[in-house]
Design a protein around this ligand. Structure first.
Ligand SMILES: Cc1cc2nc3c(=O)[nH]c(=O)nc-3n(C[C@H](O)[C@H](O)[C@H](O)COP(=O)(O)OP(=O)(O)OC[C@H]3O[C@@H](n4cnc5c(N)ncnc54)[C@H](O)[C@@H]3O)c2cc1C
Length: 450
């Protein structure tokens, strides 16, 4: 049983791993779980993240949801349904529900939209309450070395640490992956970017017809608008669009330049959003775009499928192992990775690390590949012919939509503390925005076939 566990990255996978391991290994004497993050402090950027019911359920299991719920306005909002609209005609296409007909969430959990920074704050607060967890910032991993007895990590500031087990939770551009576990396996740009910002709704004059969250579908892009505070005074806006690598390089080169150059860049981001969605028949979309400033570009990267996930003492979790094209459930996969590995370790104290890593991979690989393939197929079809050809999409009416039925109602099994495998994401994968929209795509295809 490893006693000195080193976790690289204090993001979703890293902090979830620290908390889950601390819970599962509470009886291990002398246990030390140390989390090292390259950033100088907790992230305050990244907009508002969508959490699926299963993500919420796992966060609840780790005590993070109750921490979040005590944070007042920063707790975000629960999402009952995502309202879909056509950008071109302005028609409402239907709701994608996270609840059953009685308004109950699946297994008691709905969706949630919360600032990424608030989620991180709640996770960090829980991690810091655990007796054997320490979190260190300004510790950027630059390399490492493994021997038969232990593993040593080296940081940019010249310091190093030695432990028995390393979890590489350092995100899509992971140094644990590219420098140690699978050198050369660098992240790839998906071709898709989020151009996003936040707006105060106080100055808006046009009424907005959605309840909590809406996705406005255009031919090759979509615009997400979502409140993220209970009073609906704040709106998260994200255009999910194709952006060339050339523009991304230009954007990144300007990030360190003077204020006026950055202002110009933000204005050109708004111009891009306006060019995609400004002609909409929905007047509030034009107002949102016009009154929202500080648009930022977030390119989406992925990690090549079937890459290596572990060496003798190091295992990759979360985006470091399997970042995929956008799905609103990647955070759930990261938390699930953490919980499953922690349970495996806790329930098999006498098992060698290599055998454990192989068992973990056996449980996770197929599921992750399936999710990755589904996500890629969806975006590939967008590349070829539009996510939903907008004209056929506009033919859809709530009559054609399967709002209640497209979400298969499956009860949430309680996580078993003693048996493996732990429940996986698979039974809930139909609850993501993107897989729901692909259900809708099939409905459109079927309608066209008639
Ligand atoms: C634009 C965008 C929008 C998204 N929206 C959603 C959404 O709505 N819902 C959803 O479920 N998922 C969403 N995702 C995906 C989701 O953000 C990721 O799947 C999730 O954050 C993965 O968690 P992680 O802990 O693996 O990585 P991260 O959250 O990226 O955390 C990695 C951590 O490692 C640290 N780190 C990096 N390099 C080093 C290093 N060398 N040394 C030490 N530390 C290091 C970083 O500082 C960071 O804290 C979105 C992704 C993008 C790009």
């Amino acid at each position: 049983m490893p006693r000195d566990i080193l976790i690289v990255g204090a993001g979703i996978a890293g902090l979830a791993s620290a908390i889950a391991l601390s819970n599962e290994l509470s009886i291990v004497p002398g246990l030390n779980i140390s989390v090292y993050d390259g950033a100088s402090e907790l992230t305050t950027t990244g907009g508002a993240i969508s959490l699926t019911p299963i993500a919420q359920r796992y966060l609840d299991e780790l005590g993070i949801l109750s921490e979040l719920n005590q944070m007042g306005e920063k707790a975000g909002i629960e999402v009952d349904a995502i309202d879909l609209f056509s950008v071109r005609t302005g028609r409402r296409l239907g709701p994608l529900r996270f609840t059953d007909e009685n308004g109950n969430g699946y297994g008691g959990y709905k969706g949630r939209r919360v600032l990424r920074s608030s989620l991180s704050e709640a996770m960090l607060a829980v991690a810091r309450k655990m007796p054997n967890v320490s979190v260190y910032y300004d510790k950027k991993l630059v390399g490492g070395n493994t021997t038969a007895e232990n593993v040593t990590l080296g940081f940019e500031d010249g310091s190093s640490v030695t432990g028995d087990l390393v979890l590489g939770c350092d995100g899509v551009h992971s140094a644990t992956r590219t420098k140690i576990v699978d050198p050369g396996n660098r992240s790839e740009y998906t071709g898709i970017s989020f151009i996003q910002s936040m707006a105060d709704t106080g100055s808006f004059t046009t009424s907005m017809p959605f309840t909590q969250t809406a996705v406005h579908l255009a031919r090759h892009s979509s615009l997400l608008t979502s409140y993220y505070d209970p009073k609906h005074e704040k709106l998260f806006v994200a255009a999910i669009v194709r952006v060339s690598e050339h523009l991304i390089e230009k954007y990144q080169a300007m990030s360190g330049t003077d204020v006026s150059a950055q202002k110009n860049m933000k204005m050109s981001m708004r111009y891009l959003v306006r060019a995609q969605f400004g002609m909409s028949n929905l007047p509030y979309i034009r107002e949102i775009i016009d009154k929202t400033e500080d648009w930022m570009l977030y390119p989406v990267y992925q990690v090549r499928q079937r890459g290596k996930w572990h060496t003798d003492r190091i295992l990759l979790l979360g985006d470091a192992a399997h970042a995929m094209p956008p799905r609103d459930e990647s955070a759930a996969y990261a938390v699930e990775d953490a919980i499953i590995f922690s349970k495996l370790l806790g329930q098999n104290p006498d098992c060698g690390l290599t055998a454990l890593f192989e068992e973990y991979e056996e449980i996770r690989r197929g599921l992750v590949n399936k999710a990755f393939d589904a996500s890629r197929r969806l975006w590939q079809s967008d590349l070829d012919k539009g996510l939903f050809p907008s004209q056929t999409r506009d033919l859809m009416s709530p009559v054609h939509l399967p709002p209640g039925d497209c979400v298969k109602r499956r009860s949430l099994e309680p996580i078993k503390k003693t048996n493996l495998p732990a429940p996986t994401h698979e039974s809930f994968s139909d609850l993501s925005v993107y897989s729901l929209t692909s259900d809708l795509g099939r409905t459109v295809d079927a309608t066209n076939g008639d």
